[in-house]
Design a protein around this ligand. Sequence first.
Ligand code: ADE
Length: 247
Amino acid sequence: MKFDILTLFPAMFDGPLTESILKRAAEKGLIEVKLHNIRDFAFDRHSVTDDYPYGGGAGMVMKVEPLAACIEHAKVGSPRARVILTTPRGRSFNHAVAEELAREEALIIICGRYEGVDERVRELFVDDEISIGDFVLTGGEMAAMVLVDAVSRFVPGVLGSDESAVNDSFADGLLEYPQYTRPAEFRGLGVPSVLLSGNHQEIAKWRRRQSLGRTAASRPDLLKDAHLSASDREYLEELQRVAGSDG
Ligand code: ADE
């Protein structure tokens, strides 16, 4: 999977993509991240990449010509890439979108800055606009890093078999159950005895119920699309009854 990242601040990417799992994935040739500095495609002497908005108003707008030249350059190396603009105006990024993007052969990610990007960039080049949440970042770079990280986890071989994305929070539409490792007691807090029981059926049942309980408590919105069995539904109803009688 190839990622072409178009940015005014390529140095921002130095740490996050060159450590740990992504570093290993790049070394194995499973992912390739290529940074393109948009400023290198500015055509004037001062390398200007932004300008005042037509019609007035606060802030600066990223100019169309350097971006167009940079995108066209990236497309020579990645002709079939999906072109993504990171922007708070985009569709929401989540587990399913990460999985969908991982099926592409290549992604060209444009990191927006300033107050926005000249609309003609979107009209001419952009296939997809993605927001990583309902807040505004100082630029699209951090959003691009989030995309590269979350998408790479779905590229076959990037995660070891014991790290597989299959058991992730969200994989079945629920949040993950709590995890423990040694020691069995820390500052007076133990580990749920079922996890020490060796009874795999009971452990699976406990974990499922923990996932359901956590999701109901923190992200009840996820439950409507989650894959729930009849006994999952019964358990959720029981939780509601208990909560109702407590309150
Ligand atoms: N650029 C600025 N804010 C953003 C957000 N929330 N998601 C994606 N790109 C952004």
